[in-house]
Design a protein. Structure first.
Length: 481
C-alpha cells in the first residue's frame, strides 16, 4: 500500500472514530452482486432507439428519449423493478461498510444491498427514499441510509429521466438540504461512483459557491485508473482516455474531493479491510472457557479475569465475549463495573455479548450455528485474547482442551487479528503461546525482536494477579501501536 493510501486510511479512521465519516455508494459497488449499472440497464432501450449504448455519455437524456418515444416511463419502471428485485448475495464491500461504526450512508442506487448488510450486522437502520420519511425517525437507529434516487420497491418514483432531474430541486428538497449539510460537516468516501450524476454535480457546486472551499470538509473517492489493457488495439485511444481522466480527477479538487487511484476494483476491498482492521484494533475478543483453572484457584481466576476486563475498558478498549463457560460471566462483571464507574451509564458499544444458543440437539446444526457466531464476533475485533481453554468431555467427564477455543484461534488467524495467548493460564492458551513463540516475527512483524520476546515471555509468567494483567495490557499496547 503506497503512502498516499496509507495517509488516507489514517485520516479516515480518525474521522470514523470521531463520528464525522459518511459513505456515498454508487452503482459500481453493486456490480459484484450481479446488479446492472446504468449502461447495462439502458442497453436494450438504446437498441430499440437504434442507438449504440457504448457511444452514449448522457444516459439521463437517453432514458428521457426512450420515455418520449413510448409516451410513458412504464417500461423503464418495469425494467428497474425486474433488474433490482432479483435475489443477490451481499458483497464483501457492503458487509465491511456495514460493520464499520459509520452512521451515515448515501446512495443513488435502487438496490437494498447496504440496508441488507446493515441488518445482517444487527444494526437498526433508518432508510429514507422519499420526502415523507424525513418526518419519521426510527427509534434507536444505528445508521441512516439516504436513497436520494428512490428505491426498487417504488420504481415509478425513482429518479432516472431528464424530467426527474429537472424537478429534483423542488420535488426532493429535503434530500438536497440533508446532503448539503452532510458534505459540510462530514468526511465522505465515494465508492463505485462516477460523478456523472447531475444532482451530485449541482449539490457539490452549490456547497462550493455558498460556503467556499475553506469551509468544506476534505472528501475522498476511490477510482480505478485507466489501464492500457482497456484499449488493447488502440494506443491513441488509451492515451486520450488517460489524459481526460487525469483532467477529470484534477477538476474534482475544486470540490475538496481527493481521488485515490487503484489498478483494479478488487483494491477497494483491500482498502476497506485495512480500515476495518485499524478501527477494530480498539475491539478485543476474549476467548476462553474453563471447567478448572490449573495453577489458579477458582477465586484467583475470577479475580484475574475481572481485573483484566476492567483494565482493558479503562485503557479505552471495547470487549467482545461469547460468554464462555467459567470465563464469560467474570468478563462481564469486570467490564460493566468499569463502564458504569466511568460514565454512570451502560454504553452498549463498550461490551458486545454474543451468548451461544443452547439446547440444539443436532450436532451438525449446533456446530454450524456456533461457527457462524464465532466468525461474527471475531470479525468485529482486531485483537483476540486467549485464556485457559478447557471443558469437561460429555462422555468421559474428563477435563479436555476446549475445541471451541481452538476454533476461535483459527478464525482469529484467518481474520488477521493480533493474537494474545496468556500462556500462564494453561490448556489451549498455553498451546497457542507455544505455537506463536516459534513464529514471533510472523505474528507480530515490525517490532523490535528483543523487546517483543521479553514482553511475550511475560505472558507465560505466573505471578501476582495485578502483574499478569499489567503484562497483558503492556503487550497489547506494544503490538497494536
Amino acid at each position: 500500500m503506497d503512502n498516499e493510501l496509507s495517509a488516507f486510511i489514517t485520516r479516515y479512521v480518525k474521522e470514523i472514530q470521531n463520528n464525522n465519516a459518511a459513505v456515498f455508494i454508487g452503482a459500481g459497488l453493486s456490480k459484484d452482486a450481479g446488479f446492472v449499472d446504468w449502461k447495462s440497464l439502458l442497453e436494450n432501450m438504446a437498441s430499440e432507439l437504434r442507438l449504440d449504448i457504448s457511444k452514449e455519455q448522457d444516459l439521463v437524456a437517453l432514458a428521457q428519449y426512450y420515455c418520449n418515444e413510448n409516451g410513458s416511463r412504464s417500461i423503464i419502471n418495469d425494467t428497474i423493478f425486474e433488474e433490482f428485485s432479483r435475489e443477490s448475495g451481499i458483497t464483501d464491500n457492503h458487509r465491511i461498510l456495514a460493520r464499520l461504526p459509520i452512521t451515515t450512508y448515501w446512495t443513488t442506487n435502487y438496490d437494498t444491498l447496504i440496508e441488507d448488510a446493515l441488518g445482517e450486522a444487527q444494526k437498526v437502520v433508518d432508510v429514507k427514499y422519499n420526502n415523507s420519511h424525513f418526518s419519521i425517525t426510527k427509534p434507536q437507529r444505528d445508521a441512516i441510509v439516504y436513497k436520494m434516487h428512490g428505491d426498487k420497491s417504488l420504481p415509478n418514483e425513482t429518479v432516472i429521466i431528464k424530467d426527474d432531474y429537472e424537478k429534483y430541486y423542488r420535488d426532493h428538497a429535503p434530500f438536497l438540504t440533508a446532503l448539503s449539510g452532510d458534505l459540510i460537516s462530514k468526511t465522505f468516501l465515494f465508492l463505485g461512483f462516477s460523478f456523472s450524476d447531475p444532482n451530485i454535480d449541482y449539490i457539490l457546486s452549490r456547497v462550493r459557491i455558498d460556503y467556499g472551499k475553506e469551509c468544506s470538509k476534505q472528501h475522498y473517492a476511490i477510482m480505478r485508473n485507466v489501464q492500457e489493457s482497456d484499449y488493447p488495439d488502440n494506443k491513441a485511444d488509451f492515451e486520450y482516455a488517460k489524459r481526460k481522466h487525469e483532467l477529470f480527477v484534477s477538476d474534482l479538487k475544486r470540490y475538496n474531493i481527493k481521488v485515490l487511484l487503484i489498478d483494479e476494483y478488487a483494491g477497494i476491498t483491500d482498502i476497506l479491510r485495512e480500515i476495518e482492521k485499524r478501527i477494530n484494533r480498539k475491539n478485543i475478543f476474549i476467548s476462553g472457557s474453563a471447567a478448572e483453572y490449573g495453577e489458579f484457584t477458582e477465586k484467583e481466576a475470577s479475580e484475574f479475569i475481572q481485573l483484566l476486563s476492567k483494565s482493558l475498558i479503562q485503557k479505552g478498549y471495547n470487549l467482545i465475549s461469547g460468554f464462555g463457560l467459567g470465563v464469560g460471566s467474570d468478563v462481564i462483571i469486570g467490564a460493566l463495573s468499569q463502564i458504569y464507574m466511568g460514565s454512570k451509564t451502560i454504553n452498549k458499544d463498550r461490551l458486545l455479548l454474543r451468548p451461544f444458543p443452547q439446547g440444539i440437539e443436532n450436532d451438525d446444526t449446533r456446530k454450524k450455528l456456533w461457527s457462524k457466531y464465532r466468525e461474527d464476533m471475531i470479525s468485529r475485533a482486531g485483537i483476540s485474547v486467549f485464556m485457559f481453554g478447557n471443558k469437561k468431555d460429555r462422555t468421559s467427564g474428563n477435563v479436555v482442551n476446549a475445541s471451541g477455543v481452538e476454533d476461535e484461534y483459527e478464525i482469529a488467524k484467518q481474520n488477521g487479528n493480533l493474537i494474545i495467548p496468556i500462556g500462564c493460564t494453561g490448556y489451549v492458551a498455553k498451546e497457542i503461546w507455544n505455537e506463536v513463540l516459534e513464529n514471533l516475527d510472523d505474528f507480530y512483524p515490525g517490532i523490535d525482536s528483543e523487546q517483543l520476546k521479553s514482553a511475550f515471555y511475560s505472558l507465560n509468567n505466573k505471578c501476582v494477579l495485578e502483574k499478569i494483567v499489567q503484562n497483558v495490557v503492556n503487550f497489547i499496547v506494544l503490538i497494536s501501536q
